[in-house]
Write a protein of this length. Structure first.
Length: 241
């Protein structure tokens, strides 16, 4: 997500929102020496505004807030409104089509399946595709299509997916077979042997939003008794406790 710190009045805010941007208030700390929180609306100790190109998720309470420092560590500050309006999201349909063609036309990678695409929210040029065929794994830059081999012994779902989701990545595409593999991994490893538990919650949130269910995985993979990983999903309000 990209953000800009800028004072705006009511009319400017309405104009920015018509352009598809989001405006929030910034609250100063009680000590008066730094910005403390991002909030939907601030009446006391308001110091400025934050404008973003994506919606910030708050809890259900009108008094909910997001810590300013934590947000800035995970997102990208820009210098002007035009930077927020620039199109910097992947065309997933095009990316998948081009990647399939790339794999088919390469004798070494022709049998590989596109497993998932992780889009970097701060730098689109760092977005990548993972394709697999058994123990053979490659990483493909989503923009340049540069291919890198990944050692199967060095790959693990916790660090290669959940860690990315916990930091600055988001899932833009994932095959149903990859979902099956992840759910079975969670069956064996969650929670004791998974380090990036917030990343797991981001993944399960993606599943919920995209209607990835136990039944859907069983039907499309022709599998029985798939582990129901969604039982580990916690709504945002509960995760904050």
């Amino acid at each position: 997500m990209k953000y800009l710190i800028k004072d705006v009045d009511k009319n400017e805010k309405e104009e920015l929102e018509r352009k598809g941007l989001y405006c929030y208030d910034l609250r100063e700390s009680d000590m008066g020496d730094e910005i403390a929180n991002i909030e939907k609306s601030v009446f006391v100790n308001k110091v400025s505004n934050m404008i973003t190109n994506e919606k910030i998720e708050f809890g259900k309470s009108p008094n909910d807030f997001v810590n300013y420092f934590d947000f800035c560590m995970k997102n990208k500050q820009v210098d002007k409104i035009d930077d927020l309006l620039s199109i910097d999201k992947l065309d997933i349909t095009k990316i998948i089509s081009e990647t399939k063609e790339l794999l088919i036309n390469n004798e070494e990678y022709g049998d590989m399946e596109i497993c998932y695409i992780l889009e970097d929210k701060n730098n689109i040029e760092e977005s990548f595709i993972i394709a697999m065929d058994g123990d053979n794994i490659i990483q493909i830059n989503a923009i340049t299509k540069e291919i890198s081999d990944v050692a199967d012994w060095a790959y693990n779902i916790d660090e290669d997916i959940f860690q990315g989701l916990e930091e600055n990545k988001k899932i833009s595409y994932m095959s149903i077979n990859m979902h099956y593999n992840i759910w079975e991994t969670l069956k064996d490893m969650y929670p004791e042997d998974i380090e990036y538990k917030k990343g797991v919650q981001e993944y399960l949130k993606y599943c919920k939003e995209n209607k990835i269910t136990k039944g859907k995985i069983e039907k499309e993979t022709k599998s029985n008794n798939v582990y129901n990983a969604m039982k580990h999903y916690k709504e945002s309000r509960e995760r904050e406790r």
